[in-house]
Design a protein around this ligand. Sequence first.
Ligand code: PEP
Length: 251
Amino acid sequence: MRQNIVAGNWKMNKTVQEGVELAKDINSRVEAIDPKCQIILGTPFVHITEVVKTVKSDKIAVAAQNCADKVSGAYTGEVSAAMVKSTGAKYVILGHSERRAYYGENNAILKEKTDLALANDLLPIFCVGEVLSERESNKHFDVVKSQIEEALFHLSAEAFGKIVLAYEPVWAIGTGKTASPAQAQEIHAFIRGLVAGKYGKEVANNVSILYGGSCNAKNAKELFSNPDVDGGLIGGASLKAEDFLSIITAF
Ligand code: PEP
């Protein structure tokens, strides 16, 4: 179901205690307003159980930042989708560019992860986006197209309906550079068109497509006002309650 979403990606930041404090702070600020969006906290694995216990607002859900591409067994250090589900997390971020770049996650691996997430009733927030050289050589549409086609287009329309997409140009992540509202709208509309071509207009109109890449209090309103931008996946600005709230209230 298409909805406005502001999702935080805490990455590898904060101890469990610090994370609980942040979640508490966000929760009390959210309870004091009437947010016009679903809020998601993407925490490290070890924080999830405590953060789930901490958040009371029904507007806030919790996400893992990854899950394994295997069901279970001798995979030291990995965390399965079933384990994530058992923490109380509702969402899982998959295909973040840092996972693709530093941990070798390709479209085939992400296809497996997506299937396991869905089989365990987790809702994937599936990230796509091009690096700077691809944008500069005008390959960004092709890159995003193959990321989506190769990892997601084997899904049934019903299963695809559970996916949230996040367009995150890699050159904008953590750099302070943001895609312009027009650049974001252009590629979000392209992505929605791609989904329409595969699954039809109804499915395409129902998918939430988030923008990520140095989204902050100053630029969120303009980015979110585009017809095909349904919210944001927020890194740096999700680590302080005040900053995160100012993005939430951009809706
Ligand atoms: C991200 O990592 O998903 C992200 C968008 O980071 P930042 O907001 O810090 O650019």
